[in-house]
Structure formats: C-alpha cells, structure tokens
Design a protein around this ligand. Structure first.
Ligand SMILES: [Zn+2]
Length: 121
C-alpha cells in the first residue's frame, strides 16, 4: 500500500495517451476500470480486493491492452501505471516480482519527494 503522502506528489502530464510502445510492442491504453467477468467480480469482492489496472499482452496480430482506473487517488494511480508498465515491459515476470518492483520504485519516488497530480484526469 502506498503512503498517503504519495497522493500529494506532483507530476505535470499532458492528457492521458491512448497508445504507447513498451519495448517496441504496441499497446492501447484505456483509462477506466478493466472489464471483469462475473466470476472475477465475485472473487474480488469476496477477497475485498479492488482491481486498479490490468494488462493484456499482445498476441498474434493483436496489440496489447492496458486498463488503468484513472479515478484512483494520484498516488495509487502512479503506482498502478508503474505496475502495468512493468507487466508490459517484462511479460515473464510473475505478479509478485512486478508488485515488488513497482512498490520499490514508488517508494524511491516518495523519498525523492515528488508530488503527483494528473492534468489528463
Ligand atoms: Zn499485476
């Protein structure tokens, strides 16, 4: 979990992009909650978890897709952007490794004292 202080960081951004290349792989970016099946919704609800983002790697001729809920507080939004970007860059990393890396990067940014807000929100 991210410190509440992180939500006070500031990074000025242009409106949220709709596409991005991660290591030469093309992705579409959707800035809303990821669609979930009824079964997934039930599992998340039961576990008290909130799905803040989701990554679908490219396959065959289809580009990758990333969903990020832009209604998240700025600190959670930054952490989710880092997390889903790591998935996009390193498909072979498991969920724990991605989570550990994104939390470590987020903590370093917190120590630097960066303030976050999103103009594209
Ligand atoms: Zn993940």
């Amino acid at each position: 979990m991210i410190s509440p202080l992180l939500s006070e960081w500031y990074i000025g951004l242009v409106p949220f992009p709709k596409t991005h290349r991660f290591r030469e792989l093309f992705y579409r970016l959707r800035w809303r909650k990821a669609p979930m099946s009824r079964k997934e919704r039930k599992q998340h609800s039961k576990a008290g978890l909130e799905l803040m983002g989701r990554h679908y790697p490219p396959y065959d001729t289809h580009c990758g897709m990333i969903y990020i809920d832009k209604s998240l507080p700025p600190g959670d939004l930054l952490d989710t952007i880092i997390h889903e970007s790591l998935h996009a860059c390193f498909h072979d990393l498991d969920e724990n490794a991605v989570t550990e890396a994104s939390e470590s990067i987020t903590k370093l940014l917190q120590r630097i004292g960066i303030q976050v807000s999103f103009k594209g929100k």
